[in-house]
Design a protein around this ligand. Structure first.
Ligand code: F6R
Length: 605
């Protein structure tokens, strides 16, 4: 949510910052801006719109160092030129870019206005620029520190001082800040994707930390001034892995990457010798795992839905009561934390604020939590301290596809592990291992049916509303299908448990409202056929995602996947729905990689 990038060193900051903003644009894209110091003056350019719009308004010979730049996802104040970051103080000495929300911004604004400050924007961030300028202190570091002591809220912050161009000051509280270490130059960003072109050596700031970044290094401390020890991490993702390659959209590329991504999730983790999985990162002994009585999965959006699938897998294979809950709800309801419950936090980015807050709530109350995360070294991964990295590679499209599939696969590995410690037999373990091994090729076969799915999408694209229904493990598949469709194509889509249809939503079934039914060939197949009959009786068009074999009822469209083991079927059944959403969005002319109002990685409350 919002992207921050900064540079200090001998080179001209402008091209480095603009290129970094392109990498970060998936984090927010309603406005963008840049500030550099040159010849004792701050030079700034900013505008509503995308980074390409900013490039049009950056004047020729806009050069300098140090510099900071920002791509915005609006919280306070509509997207506009004047609300775009950086924000400056009245004397145009201090420039601030900020991710997060200043909760006492209104009170601070009133106070500053009382002191004669005239505000130029509606943002909470501008408060910080004036506040820092008003603080006493010899150095920029002291001023920022003093200002932050007056502020409540969340921040990932980078600050420039026209009169002190030897450093950039950055601070973190609830919104990520990472430092990139170069050769006599330093980089600052809200995530490493903006840095990997220049350096692989990074340091993550922790909440409550502030750092003075100079060309030759950095010094970090707490807001009270106590020095902090930092550990360097090496980023393994390459710059090229963030490119679209020959694809027109990141979403399509990431759908296509799923066979390899799932191979990476499984790599080195299958133990055919003992018909189980090997998950070193969970750092719990068999004895500790045996003591678990319950599992609770926490995540937001697609991560929560993958958690619903995961909870079902754990319940089926390990016979442990398991459930999933949106992390955003969990953290606010004063949850009971049980010592014999294993809490699992799911997050692609590892930065989602609500999921992080839920992890902190569990830990604060003495609970055990492990993470299922994609981004190595991310905040949630570090906060959990143990878990499973899904190794899906960078996901740049705002909507999740490959990370959903890989998270579900990671849950299958965990469920197998927990199951084999309990009552799951060696024969059952061997069956699941064979099923998991077959997944990458089966995924490839589903994706090969793209042309047929695109045909169905052109029919669906004309609708205004759609229902997705499924039973048992088909229900999370339906939920994810509906979420993908609505966020990427803006077609209003709702998911319902199939059995609930007649308890209300059936009232809305009509010839112009299609229903997509998740129809695996399992014990519930006849029940799902009855649901289809009920829809057809109201003249509702029906599309199904199902396995091979004849259907006992006529339907308006069929998407097929290979049969896996019953527990793993949902992983494959979800894939055609990703392609369906993509092609509906394409047919409707939507901005697929950057859906309106959304941003990857929601680092605000
Ligand atoms: C949906 C989507 C979002 C994310 C959610 C959690 O396509 O991408 O719903 O799943 O914002 O994000 P992470 O997994 O980064 O915590």
């Amino acid at each position: 949510m919002c992207g921050i990038v900064g540079y200090i060193g001998k080179r001209d900051a402008t091209p480095i910052l603009l290129e970094g903003l392109h990498r970060l644009e998936y984090r927010g894209y309603d406005s963008a801006g840049i500030a550099v110091v040159r010849d004792g003056a701050l030079r700034t350019a900013k505008c509503k719109g995308r980074v390409r719009d900013l490039e049009q308004v950056v004047p020729p010979r806009f050069r300098g160092s140090p510099g900071i730049a920002h791509t915005r996802w609006a919280t306070h104040g509509e997207p506009s030129d004047r609300n775009a970051h950086p924000h400056l103080d009245t004397a145009e000495r201090i420039a601030v870019i900020h991710n997060g929300i200043i909760e006492n911004a209104a009170a601070l604004r009133r106070r500053l206005e009382g002191e004669g400050v005239a505000f130029r924007s509606e943002t909470d961030t501008e408060v910080l620029a004036h506040l820092i300028a008003a603080m006493p202190g010899e150095s920029l570091l002291e001023r920022v520190r003093a200002a932050l002591r007056l502020v409540t809220g969340t921040w990932g912050l980078a600050v420039l001082d026209r009169d002190r161009p030897e450093s950039i000051v950055v601070a973190r509280n609830g919104s990520p800040v990472v430092l990139g270490i170069g050769d006599k130059e330093m980089f600052v960003a809200s995530d490493p994707s903006a840095l990997v072109r220049h350096t692989k050596s990074v340091v993550h700031l922790d909440d409550g930390e502030i750092a003075e970044v100079r060309a030759d290094g950095f010094a970090s401390s707490t807001l009270d001034g106590g020095p902090t020890e930092k550990v360097r991490h090496t980023v393994t993702w390459t710059d090229e892995s963030f490119d679209k390659g020959s694809f027109t959209h990141h979403m399509r590329k990431e759908i296509d990457e799923q066979p390899d991504a799932v191979r990476a999730t499984l790599s080195g983790r299958l133990e055919p010798r003992f018909q189980t999985s090997h998950l070193g990162g969970i750092e719990m002994t068999a004895r500790e795992l045996l003591d678990i009585r319950r599992v609770k999965v926490l995540g937001c959006g697609s991560a929560y839905i993958a958690g619903l699938l995961g909870a079902q897998l754990i319940e089926q294979l390990a016979r442990l009561p398991a459930s999933a809950e949106p992390a955003s709800e969990f953290r606010y309801r004063n949850p009971v934390i049980e010592p014999d419950t294993l809490y699992i936090a799911v997050s692609q980015s590892g930065e989602t604020f609500d999921t992080l807050a839920a992890v902190q709530e569990v830990k604060r109350k003495g609970g055990r939590v492990l993470g299922i995360v994609n981004v190595v070294g991310s905040t949630i991964a570090r906060e959990c301290g143990r878990g499973i990295y899904i190794h899906a590679g960078p996901e740049v499209a705002v909507v999740s596809t490959k990370t959903f599939t890989c998270t579900a696969t990671a849950f299958a590995l965990l469920a197998l592990h927990l199951g084999r410690i309990r009552d799951l037999s060696t024969a059952q373990g061997a069956r699941l291992i064979a099923g998991l091994k077959a997944l990458p090729e089966q995924i490839g076969a589903v994706l090969a049916q793209e042309a047929d799915i695109a045909g169905l999408a052109s029919q669906l694209a004309r609708a205004e509303h759609a229902y997705f229904v499924g039973r048992a493990s088909g229900y999370p598949v339906a939920m994810e299908g509906a979420l993908k469709l609505k966020e990427v194509s803006y077609l209003h889509a709702e998911a319902y448990p199939a059995s609930e249809l007649k308890h209300g939503p059936l009232a809305l079934i009509a010839p112009e409202t299609p229903t997509i039914v998740v129809l695996p060939r399992d014990d519930l197949f006849p029940k799902n056929i009855s649901t289809i009959e009920e829809i057809r009786a109201r003249k509702g068009p029906v599309f199904v995602v199902t396995h091979e074999g004849d259907l006992p009822v006529p339907v308006d469209g069929v998407m097929r996947v290979a049969k896996s083991e019953p527990e793993l079927d949902p992983i494959l059944l979800g894939l055609p729905l990703q392609l369906l959403a993509y092609h509906v969005a394409l047919a409707r002319g939507c901005d697929i990689d950057k859906p309106r109002n959304l941003a990857k990685s929601v680092t605000v409350e």
